[in-house]
Design a protein. Sequence first.
Length: 323
Amino acid sequence: MMNARICRSILSRTSLQRRFVGINPAENPGNFIEGVTKEDLKKDEELAAFFKYNFTDKYNLEKELEKSSVQEMKEKKIAKQKEANASPLNIRKMHCYLRDTVEEEGSRRSDWLREVNLEIPGLLYGSDPTLGINSEDDSSKIYVKTPWNVLERETDIHHRAFESRVYDLTVYEDYEQAEEGTGGTVHRVVPTSVRWHPVKNKLFCANYLRYHAGRPIQIPIMYINEEESPSMKRGGYIAPINRFVSCYVDEGVRIPDFLELECTGLELKEVVRIDRVSFPDGVRMSRRVKEHHRIIGTVFGARADGSDEDDDENNSTEETASE
C-alpha cells in the first residue's frame, strides 16, 4: 500500500503538480497521482490526508474561480437581455446622421467616412402608410451615416439576428443635435442589406427599411428540447434549410426575439417542417412563405441506438462486396 512518503517521491519524480480545473481529487485521484484509485484513498488514511492537504484546497479554489467566471458570463447575458427587453414591444434605439449627398457621396468619400470618421454609409428608404410616406416619392429616400460603434454594439449582441430586429432610429441633422439630445426625426426601421468587407471583415454598408405592422419580418428559429430527441441527444443535428420564418406581427404585440422549434421525438433523417414551430399570440406566418420554405431542415448524425448513419452505409457496402 502506498504511504505519504511514496506519494511525495512519485510527485517529485513525475512532476504531477498540474492544474486540473473542475476535477475533484477525491473522485479522480489518478489524474493527480498515477496509479492511485478511490479504493486506495478509503483504505489508506495517510494517503487520504496527503490528498486533502495538497490537492483539495487547489480544487476548491479552481472550482470557485470557475463558478465565478460562469456566473459573471450569466450576469452579463442577463444584463444584455434586460437592456433589450426595456421596451414593451422589444424595440431598441439607435441613432445616425444625415449624409451630405454632394460632399459625402461616391466611393472615395464613402471610404473616407469608414476609415477616418468611423461612420458607415447607408440609405433609409421604404414606404410607411401609417405616416403617409410613399416609396415612389424620391423624398422618402434619406442618405444616412451610422457611427461604427453603434452598429458594432448591436451586431455583437444579436449577431446574425441583427437584420431581424426592429429599431427606433433617430436621424440627426448634425453632431450638435446628437450631443444636446434635442431634435432629430425618429423612424421605425429594420436593418437590411448590411454588408461586410470580404477581406477585412468590417462593416461596409448598412441600410434601413421602414417598418410597420403590415410589413413581414424575418424572425430566427431556436431549437428547444434537443435532449428529448433520440438522435440529437446522441450527437445528431439539424442541417438547416431555412433559419428564419417570415412573419407578420400585429400592432401593439411584442416582437419576439426568436420562434421556438420543438425537437421532441426527432429521429435520424426526419424532415423537420414548420408545423413544429410555435407562434406567439399576435404573430402569424406571412402569406409569402411558399411550400418549399416550410421545410426547416433534416436531422443527421446518430441513430437512437447510438450507431452512426455512416456505419449503415459501410455495412451495406461490405454486404454488396461479399455478395
